[in-house]
Every structure is written in structure tokens, then in C-alpha cells.
Design a protein around this ligand. Sequence first.
Ligand code: SF4
Ligand code: SF4
Length: 89
Amino acid sequence: MTSLKYLKNVVTLALDKEKCTGCGICTKVCPHQVFSIVSGKAAIRDRDSCMECGACAMNCPFCAISVAAGVGCAYAVIKGKFGKGEVCC
Ligand code: SF4
Ligand code: SF4
């Protein structure tokens, strides 16, 4: 499958490695495989594939991830589907 990419270097995704315990939940919930576990901690392996859906931050039990969900591509597409704007990002 082709990897989906968005605009370069605009993603608000941030990871606090001090808080991360390496539980791996972010690797399971991310639809674009942005995270991987490296040496027992989460690592952002492909930042530009993030669509700022917010699933990782919402599910991280240790609040180690932050992202400005609801402002990016996914939000625009969902809004568009409900007739509240253009279906694009
Ligand atoms: S869900 Fe949070 S604590 Fe778990 S591996 Fe990912 S960033 Fe680390
Ligand atoms: S915000 Fe969504 S796409 Fe981006 S890293 Fe988190 S789960 Fe993956």
C-alpha cells in the first residue's frame, strides 16, 4: 500500500519521552503507523504521515503525546462529509 503523506514539517505532534513507558498503545491506534517502539520507548518514525486525528494522544495512558487534533486534514474531511465545508485538506 502506498504511504499517505501530508504537508511537510507542519504537524503539531509531540512526544515526551520522559513520560513514555513504552506500552505500545500508540503503535496500535495510529492509522498511519507514525510510531514505533525503539529501545523500550515510543519513537516518531514518520512525522509527515500524521494526519492529526488525535487517537494517539487520546489513548496514551501516560499523557506522553500531544497533538492539535481538530485542525488538520482529518478534521476537514470529516466536516466535509457532514456538509460543513469542502471535502479536502
Ligand atoms: S501510548 Fe504513550 S506511554 Fe505508551 S508507548 Fe505510546 S507514547 Fe509511550
Ligand atoms: S494524531 Fe493520529 S495519525 Fe497522528 S500520530 Fe497520532 S494517531 Fe497517528
